[in-house]
Design a protein around this ligand. Structure first.
Ligand SMILES: Nc1ncnc2c1ncn2[C@@H]1O[C@H](COP(=O)(O)OP(=O)(O)OP(=O)(O)O)[C@@H](O)[C@H]1O
Ligand SMILES: Nc1nc2c(ncn2[C@@H]2O[C@H](COP(=O)(O)O)[C@@H](O)[C@H]2O)c(=O)[nH]1
Length: 196
């Protein structure tokens, strides 16, 4: 297992689908100069998604071969699709940037916390049910997909109090400002004073 160096950190964004985890993580990450480690998945890409940017989209066989080769830090199955983060990707990005972020469900957040302890900072992003559902409708998710996402809403929300930081994401600019400030002041110390 890759041993994180003194200043290396992994930020894990978690919370319900559609709460805005990817959006706020990316905006804050751009300001702070930290990059996402992209998961591998067997699920097919959605029309707006790009291979290598949203996920590494792979076949079940390719995923199983990597798993048999012990390449994943953790693997999860959600609604019949498999997801995993490769240890080598985490190590490579940490060596380049010093800090990285991941967007995972609660099982992934918990698994990484167990492995890396204090080096994992879990950031819980949420919004109320109605807001989440409306955002999913507005981005064009199908009624079946929204139903599937919403069926996980309560169980994802139950992880909120386990996380190191919690942000309700209603106004996007506010969330990103508060999040960036917190990560900078508490962990990264890049002294980004002129964030607004
Ligand atoms: N504060 C906000 N106000 C309005 N829309 C938002 C806000 N935050 C995110 N969004 C929009 O909501 C949608 C869901 O955001 P995002 O994809 O970041 O969510 P997520 O939590 O990563 O879920 P998923 O993994 O399903 O994509 C996107 O269309 C995004 O542009
Ligand atoms: N535990 C893990 N969870 C992951 C990983 N990659 C993504 N995810 C989370 O799964 C759900 C479903 O994702 P979707 O894109 O198919 O809607 C969502 O919460 C993702 O954040 C992973 O490698 N491990």
């Amino acid at each position: 297992m890759y041993e994180l160096k003194d200043k290396e950190l992994i930020f894990v964004f978690t919370g319900p689908n559609g709460a805005g985890r990817r959006t706020v993580a990316q905006m804050s990450g751009n300001t702070l100069g930290i990059k996402q480690v992209i998961s591998y998945t067997t699920r097919p890409p959605r029309p707006s998604e790009m291979d290598g940017q949203d996920y590494h989209f792979v076949s079940s066989e390719t995923f199983a071969a990597a798993e048999a080769n012990n390449e994943f830090i953790e693997v999860v199955e959600i609604d019949g699709n498999r997801y995993g983060i490769k240890e080598a990707d985490v190590a490579e990005q940490l060596q380049k940037f010093g800090a990285v972020y991941l967007v995972l469900n609660r099982f992934g957040a918990e698994a990484l916390k167990k492995i890396y302890g204090d080096k994992i900072v879990r950031i819980f992003i949420y919004a109320d049910r109605e807001t989440v559902e409306r955002r999913e409708q507005e981005r064009g998710d199908s009624p079946e997909l929204i139903k599937r996402y919403m069926s996980h809403y309560d169980e994802e929300m139950a992880y909120k109090d386990s996380c190191e930081h919690v942000f309700e994401n209603l106004d996007l600019a506010h969330t990103v400002f508060d999040l960036t400030k917190t990560l900078d002041e508490t962990y990264l110390k890049r002294n980004l004073l002129d964030l607004d």
